[in-house]
Design a protein around this ligand. Structure first.
Ligand code: AMP
Ligand code: MG
Length: 497
């Protein structure tokens, strides 16, 4: 046997990594998915790895240093016990029905004993690739990897990312780039679009099968609801509406713009998924559009709460054949209108150091957002400096951020009056745990990507370490918490990934 053949025999043998795999999604059957193996990625290398996600999976740390797992997560070797598959979904993109989409470049490998599903994104063509190459470029893979872990560090519900592996294999977007694979992890990757798919085709048995699967696995309390005349599907719609409301409220509070809130990018579990042209706000601009392809500003920062509701409405329409009565569906959706403002108010209060409502707090929040918007004050830096102001009373670092200093002084006066009603020490503690020092600003990602293209992955590793714990001070890394450089505003991030 020549050495090449010997290597192939070795690689063809599935790799056992000490996890027991299930795949409940695969059991839904062929109407929901196509089983197929990943496409090999030539000569892969590690770009970034999350030890925290490996631990959550129960994956022994030694595997994360091994060439065997590197190859398996790049599509070059099967993982024993997994059943790779691409799922089919449809969706509304930019407000328009887009018809069938599906996992065009992601493969679900399976589900670990702890119920976490593992997906390879960028693992090659599937029956749902619609002319795409099934690949993901290095830059967008690094962004997804870092942002997944950054959002988790901030406490925002999100899919996670175990690692990125890269290759010198060329792929073509606007220019030649290289391919990468992100290993994503979540309890489920089911999207609103999965429901829309079967509803649009009037495949009601499959629609019900999917809804029952989601309820039984993720929302069992919907079975025993005494609301909605005991209708579990209406209860599901309400539960998803509430989770989505909480997720979007958290986005708004940390200044996160998703960029492509199409219904196929909305998780049925209220997780942030499908990181593409996302951005954390630098200067506070409610009308900010982060996606260069979003010419109308449909997904601008301030639109996100309404778009989430619009998307939930699509989900409601898809579930209507199961809910049967329109009034019940509307009543279930109604919960968003109370859950969202309540969640946002809680988050904004916490940014001010308030555990609960205090008279005048909402007016104060509204007023400060107006001041921030007027001067496009750096959102993250403002809240962090305000937190320190509560402890040390040093006004200059906060004042320096504003042009309208009389306006800021007047606001600070009102805020200090309000703080007399609470324990300042506790307020400070809460603020330091609520207002991050580090967020994944575009220019930080961009710098790490530029170095990674030259095979220097240290920027990815440094950012991961900072963003996993974004509320810590991390002395020595001040520059990562600083204002964006002038060139940051010229970074254009589009859907191309
Ligand atoms: P996204 O905007 O990344 O959420 O993608 C929208 C749809 O296009 C999904 O169905 C993706 O699977 C698919 N898609 C995006 N990029 C590619 C690609 N390079 N190859 C195949 N399918 C893709
Ligand atoms: Mg998507």
């Amino acid at each position: 046997m020549n050495p090449d053949t010997a290597l192939n025999v070795h690689l063809n043998e599935p790799l056992a990594i000490g996890l027991s795999w299930h795949n409940r999604f695969a059991q839904l059957g062929p109407d929901f998915l196509t089983a197929l193996p990943p496409q090999p990625l030539p000569a892969p290398y590690w770009v970034g790895r999350s030890a925290a996600v490996a631990r959550e999976l129960g994956l022994d740390a030694a595997w994360m240093a091994s060439d065997e797992l590197l190859n398996a997560l790049s599509g070059n070797r099967a993982l024993a016990g997994t059943q790779p598959l691409a799922s089919v979904y449809s969706g509304h993109q930019f407000g328009v029905w887009a018809g069938q989409l599906g996992d065009g470049r992601a493969l679900l490998l399976g589900e670990t004993a702890g119920g976490l599903e593992v997906q390879l994104k960028g693992a090659g063509r599937t029956p749902y690739s619609r002319g795409g190459d099934g690949r993901a470029v290095l830059r967008s893979s690094i962004r997804e990897f870092l942002c997944s872990e950054a959002m988790h560090g901030l406490g925002v519900p999100t899919s996670r990312a175990l690692c990125v592996t890269g290759s010198d294999a060329p792929i073509y977007r606007e220019e030649a780039e290289t391919a990468a694979v992100v290993t994503r992890v979540a309890p489920s990757f089911i999207r609103f679009g999965h429901f829309e798919h079967f509803a649009y085709r009037n495949q009601l048995p499959q629609l019900q099968q999917l809804a029952d699967y989601v309820i039984d696995r993720y929302y069992p309390a919907c079975r025993t609801t005494d609301q909605f005349n005991g209708n579990p599907y209406a209860a599901l719609l309400q539960a998803v509406s509430e989770r989505t409301a909480k997720m979007v409220a958290h986005w708004q509070a940390v200044g996160f713009c998703h960029g492509v809130m199409n219904t196929d990018n909305m998780s049925i579990l209220g997780l942030t998924i499908d990181y593409g042209p996302f951005q954390f706000l630098d200067g506070f601009d409610p009308a900010h559009i982060c996606n260069h392809s979003d010419t109308q500003g449909r997904y601008a920062y301030q639109q996100q709460p309404n778009i989430a509701y619009w998307n939930l409405f699509c989900l409601g329409q898809a579930l209507l054949p199961l809910i049967e009565e329109q009034e019940l569906a509307l009543a279930a959706l109604e919960s968003y209108k109370t859950a969202f403002p309540a969640a946002l108010q809680d988050r904004m209060r916490a940014k001010l150091g308030l555990k609960e409502a205090v008279p005048g707090d909402l007016a104060l929040i509204e007023a400060v957002l107006k001041l921030l918007a007027q001067d496009k004050v750096d959102y993250t830096i403002f809240w962090r400096r305000l937190s320190h102001w509560v402890a040390d009373g040093q006004t200059e670092p906060v004042r320096d951020l504003f042009l309208n200093r009389p306006g800021l002084d007047a606001w600070l006066l009102q805020y200090s009056e309000l703080l007399t009603h609470v324990n300042k020490g506790l307020a400070f503690d809460l603020m330091l745990k609520t207002n991050p020092k580090f967020v994944l600003r575009n220019h930080l990602g961009e710098q790490a990507i530029r170095a990674a293209k030259l095979k220097d992955f240290s920027g990815v590793h440094t950012l991961l370490a900072l963003l996993e714990d974004p509320f810590a001070e991390h002395p020595g890394f001040e520059s990562y918490a600083d204002f964006p450089p002038d060139w940051a505003s010229s970074i254009e991030i589009s859907c191309s990934s």
